[in-house]
Design a protein around this ligand. Sequence first.
Ligand code: PLP
Length: 481
Amino acid sequence: MDSESFKECGKTVIDYIANYMDNIRDRPVLSTVEPGYLYKLTPSEAPVKGEHWKTVLADVENVIMPGITHWNSPQFHAFFPTANSYPAIVGDMLCNGIGCIGFSWITSPACTELEVQVMNWFGKILDLPKEFLNESEGPGGGVLQGSASEATLVCLLAAKDRATKRMKTFNPSMEDGEIKAKLVAYTSDQSNSSVEKAGLLGSMPMRLLETDKDGRMTGPILAKAIAEDLAKGLIPCYVVATLGTTGTCAFDCLETLGPICNENNIWLHVDAAYAGAAFILPEYRHLMAGVQYADSFDVNLHKWLLVNFDCSAMWVKNATYLVDAFNVDRVYLKHSYQSQDPQIPDYRHWQIPLGRRFRSLKMWFVLRLYGVEGLQAHIRKQMNLAELFGKLVEQDPRFEIVMPVTMGLVCFRLKGNNILTKHLYERLMNSGQIYLVTANVRSQLVIRFVVCSRLTEEADVRFAWNEIQRQADAVSGTVAV
Ligand code: PLP
């Protein structure tokens, strides 16, 4: 493809994307294809001769779109939001166009320095303690990871290295392997699956602690687990506290967890993947009280903050723990501006891969084109729509709301036996008008309604509620409990 064809094709694709977004309401949110559908529509060998881009683009509609679940449809209410905005798409296009790999400062100074800058901007927007910022006196700083999952793993590995080195200072004769085999991590049984996975990948047992009646991990719960493990000769190393759990958006109690972690030299990582976005609103910042005790903090801009996947903002109070844990030097990676100054980091030491995308470009576009007020208005609007949905549920005596409506999430169910809610959910999935997922709250099956798309309006919320009521009518008529 030469540059003239690229311009023509690129403009056509931009039109296609804009039309897709403008008309996304008309597409069924859930795909109706059967497994294996795509293998039937595509050849089993790659083309020998190059094709025209128009042929490929036509296949996007014919082959790809039938198998798409439309995550940005206003009828998508499953999981959590996945961000999508034009400014982010434009930033990502530039990232791809420039195509640099900014693993060290010298490999693209703009890539590193823009990331430092936007992470400082965003840290201030969230009102994080200044120790987390690159511009603070200390060794703190922010970095963009691809996902909250990676952030949790990266911090686990850094915590492991820190704990091992620390134990060695007290017990120089102990082998690294001997120490590492005794390290233990803790999180709640409500934390995201990625936290448990980080334990598996990082070879550290991750204890899933039972939460209190509100789905929260608290200081006393953690203290009990630590005491049990210390009695067994184990070494508590890492705690992942969640602000906004995936199931019910519960907030672990940082104010009581934090001091315990700090006193026991346990790395405290805060996973605020979804709900952290709400801290751009001053009225929600009380929910991160105790963040000053944390060693690391992560929030996904690719969930609720309009930056397309992947963009996960992670801050650490002391980046030297990352650099010490992940520093592998080769002569070809050296450059004359290498330094310990967190303001010109070599970000390859802060992450798992060597290569890295210019992710901060899309974040920069979003922060500049929306402004803080634009992002705040977006979050407020989505929360208000969830409140509206909650009020509609409350007006129907067949239903109950199981946890307080919070952060754009409503957990509701049909009153009575779980089987009713199960049947309702099955009917909703079969009808495919809206997409929701379920969760378990204190052995009750609930359906989660989340306002996900930036395109969702009041009419879409009412549409979803009408569909739920319609299917509930059918459930009441057919299910005997
Ligand atoms: N943590 C929480 C609380 C989440 O809700 C999720 C995803 O929904 C994750 C982590 C995983 O995020 P990612 O896909 O960025 O790894």
